[in-house]
Unconditional design. Structure first.
Length: 288
C-alpha cells in the first residue's frame, strides 16, 4: 500500500464520520504537514477522493468534504490482495499496454478504468503509467488520458540491431566477473525436470549487463528494455517456442562454463535474432 493510498484511506475514514472528524484543514498544505509527507502523495490521494466524490473541488479551487457512504468507504480503504503485489500488477499493466500496441489500438487508457480492471487504486495505476511513459511506452495527454505507442516492426528491428551490439559488448566486459556457480544456477533454471514442461528463465541477460561496468550500456537497457522485454516474453506463445528459447539459453550458458567465448557470443547473437520471428508469429496470432 503506497503512502498516497494510506492517506486516502485515513481521510476517507474521517470523512465518513462527518465534517468534525477531519484531522486538519482540508488544504494540500495542511494535509502534507499533518501526515508529514511531501505534496505529491497528498495530491494523488486528494485526486482519488475527488474522483470518488468524497471531496468536492469548489469553483474557487478550494476543497470541501463530500459524502462518503459505507460502500464508498469500503472501496477507498480496500487493501490490495496478497496475490496482487505491486510487481505483479505492473507486469499485468505492461502486458495490457503491449497488447494494445501490437493491435494498433489508438484508444486512450484511463486511470480509473484501468484501476477497476485490475482491482487496484487509481494512484497505483498512475504511478505505473508514469514509469511506462518514462520507458517510451505511453504518452500522457492532459484531460484525455494515456496514449499507447503503436507497435512498429522497423523500430523492433532497429532495437534488435543495437541490442545485439551492446549486449555482446556487455558480455565481453562482464567476462572477468562471471561466477561459475551463478551460471550453473541459470543453466538449471532453463532445464526441465524429467517429464516436465520446459522452463524459461531470463536472468542471464541482466546478469552480464549488471556486471559489465559500462553505465551507458546499462542506461540503454534500463530505458528501452521495459517495452521490448515485455513484448518478447509475450511472444512465447506455446511450449515449443518456450523450449526452443530455453535451449538457446542453455547453449549460451554452457559455452560460458566451458570458457568458449566465441561460441557464447554466437549463441547469444542467434538467440537475439530469433526474437523477431517470435514477435511476428504473435502478431499473426492476434490477427486471426
Amino acid at each position: 500500500m503506497t503512502i498516497a493510498d494510506q492517506i486516502k484511506a485515513d481521510l476517507a475514514t474521517h470523512l465518513h464520520r462527518g465534517d468534525n472528524g477531519l484531522p486538519c484543514k482540508l488544504t494540500l498544505d495542511a494535509l502534507a504537514r499533518h501526515y508529514g509527507v511531501s505534496m505529491t502523495p497528498v495530491r494523488n490521494a486528494v485526486e482519488d477522493l475527488v474522483e470518488a466524490g468524497a471531496i468536492l473541488r469548489l469553483d474557487n479551487g478550494r476543497l470541501a468534504p463530500g459524502k462518503v457512504n459505507r460502500r464508498t468507504l469500503a472501496a477507498l480503504v480496500r487493501q490490495p490482495s496478497p496475490a496482487s503485489t505491486q510487481q505483479n500488477l505492473e507486469e499485468a499493466v505492461r502486458r495490457e499496454v503491449v497488447q494494445r500496441s501490437l493491435r494498433q489500438d489508438g484508444d486512450f487508457l484511463r486511470e480509473q478504468a484501468t484501476a477497476e480492471k485490475f482491482d487496484t487504486g487509481r494512484t497505483a495505476v498512475r504511478q505505473i503509467f508514469s514509469r511506462l511513459a518514462g520507458a517510451g511506452m505511453l504518452e500522457h495527454v492532459p484531460r484525455r488520458g494515456w496514449r499507447v505507442k503503436p507497435y512498429n516492426a522497423e523500430d523492433t528491428l532497429d532495437y534488435l540491431v543495437v541490442r545485439e551490439s551492446l549486449e555482446l559488448k556487455a558480455l565481453d566486459l562482464a567476462r572477468p566477473y562471471l561466477v561459475a556457480a551463478d551460471l550453473e544456477r541459470m543453466l538449471a533454471a532453463n532445464q526441465p525436470g524429467l517429464g516436465s514442461a520446459p522452463r524459461l528463465n531470463d536472468d542471464m541477460h541482466d546478469y552480464w549487463i549488471d556486471r559489465c561496468g559500462n553505465r551507458y550500456i546499462q542506461e540503454f537497457f534500463a530505458r528501452y528494455s521495459v517495452f521490448y522485454n515485455t513484448l518478447f516474453n509475450s511472444a512465447v506463445l506455446d511450449e515449443d517456442t518456450k523450449r526452443d528459447m530455453a535451449v538457446e539459453h542453455c547453449d549460451i550458458v554452457e559455452a560460458l562454463l566451458q570458457k568458449d567465448w566465441r561460441g557464447a557470443r554466437r549463441a547469444l547473437s542467434r538467440h537475439i535474432g530469433d526474437q523477431q520471428d517470435n514477435v511476428e508469429r504473435m502478431i499473426a496470432a492476434l490477427r486471426d
